[in-house]
Write a protein that binds this ligand. Structure first.
Ligand SMILES: [Zn+2]
Length: 381
């Protein structure tokens, strides 16, 4: 992965997936596609058939068919947090999980992972991982977010604010308030991380009752796990959170500069997370696509790739690494992204594709073997 040749590695991965997974081979055959013959140059990656995330849903009952190995070789089933009770179920080996950790480590600087004090709007990684775990074919299910938390090296001084309560979690607001008081006006190297919804709720809850804090410009506010549509797991706010409103309000109340806000985007069926820094100009997070992954945005009606700045499309992620146990090399999700630039971040100069995340397509459903998506309504943000 270091100094990777993404195209060659992706090609090898997709050919292995084609050979290992009959369901994917069937999908390719239905499109008269053979990766052995058709992947000659980089641009050919746009033609690689994708599997939609809806096929990994429990209700689709396909997750065992989307494996590239026998279930006995899996370490666990990673499951998404689901508002509807229909989570995605993705079988992963130890090796594939380790790859996610390597990605997160490579983003250490962007993620400001060396901060001395962490306050986290999630439970402790192990508690999160094992929440509502069941056995499927003799392997445990575990929360995907819990596994992502596990890849992160939190400092010893980390407050995990969520604790098990009546089968769900409750947030320790006293602990949060204490953390804020303890670090107020000290300009220490600290970070607040975790669920967008819970952090937003906590700040909304406190801001009318007390004066703002001043955590300073060495503090990072790192959200992840989505939730901008107001829903995540068992939490449902009933409203969407505008990214600019979130950043402005949290920045004002906690006394942290807006440029210190970052957001991580990924989903259970994908391997490489992407991270965005907040841009005042775009009133959104600008996500950099790292050299070890590719993103293709596809027009929501035609599913053709879009390339121009400002064009929007469904997000397809290409993985060359970390999908040895499941058919995750080419995945389409029902989220919409917008091209900010194909080659350079206009704000920080990062060399590479830069996108914003717009929101989720509503009413999407996979047809047949996931070759197409039926889009009924698009959310405008
Ligand atoms: Zn940038």
């Amino acid at each position: 992965m270091e100094n990777c040749d993404f195209f060659q590695d992706f090609k090898a991965n997709i050919i292995s997936q084609y050979n290992d997974c009959d369901a994917y081979k069937l999908l390719c055959s239905s499109q008269n596609y053979d990766p052995n013959k058709e992947l000659k140059v980089e641009d050919d990656m746009e033609k690689v058939p994708f599997i939609t995330t809806t096929l990994f849903k429990k209700s689709a009952n396909m997750y065992t068919k989307l494996l590239r190995t026998e279930p006995k070789n899996l370490d666990k089933w990673t499951v998404s947090s689901s508002t509807s009770g229909d989570p995605s179920i993705v079988g992963r080996s130890k090796q594939d999980l380790l790859q996610i950790k390597k990605f997160v480590e490579r983003e250490g600087q962007t993620l400001d992972s060396t901060s001395q004090y962490n306050c986290v709007f999630y439970p402790e990684p192990e508690v999160m991982r094992k929440h509502k775990s069941i056995q499927i074919l003799d392997k445990p299910t575990e929360s995907y977010i819990g596994n992502i938390l596990d890849t992160f090296s939190f400092s010893e001084n980390t407050n995990f604010l969520l604790h098990p309560y009546k089968g769900e979690f409750s947030i320790d607001m006293e602990d949060f308030l204490e953390f804020l008081k303890e670090h107020d006006k000290k300009n220490q190297h600290i970070s607040l991380r975790g669920s967008t919804l819970l952090l937003y709720n906590a700040v909304e809850n406190l801001k009318d009752k007390m004066k703002p804090f001043q955590l300073g410009d060495r503090c990072t506010i790192h959200t992840g796990g989505g939730g901008w549509d107001g829903k995540k797991g068992s939490v449902n706010l009933g409203i969407k959170i505008e990214r600019s409103k979130f950043v402005e309000e949290v920045s004002t109340f906690l006394g942290v500069p807006e440029e210190n806000f970052i957001d991580t985007y990924s989903f259970t069926e994908n391997t490489f997370p992407i991270t965005g820094h907040y841009s005042k100009k775009y009133k959104s997070y600008l996500f950099h696509i790292p050299s070890w992954g590719r993103v293709i945005l596809r027009d929501i009606k035609t599913l053709k790739p879009v390339h121009k700045e400002g064009q929007r499309g469904l997000i397809q992620m290409l993985n060359a690494y970390g999908t040895s146990s499941f058919a995750g090399a080419s995945i389409m999700v029902d989220d919409i992204g917008e091209i900010v630039s194909e080659d350079r971040c206009p704000e920080c100069g990062f060399n590479g594709m830069t996108i914003r995340i717009i929101g989720r397509v509503k009413g999407s459903e996979a047809k047949g073997c996931g070759a197409t998506l039926n889009i009924k309504e698009v959310e405008n943000v």
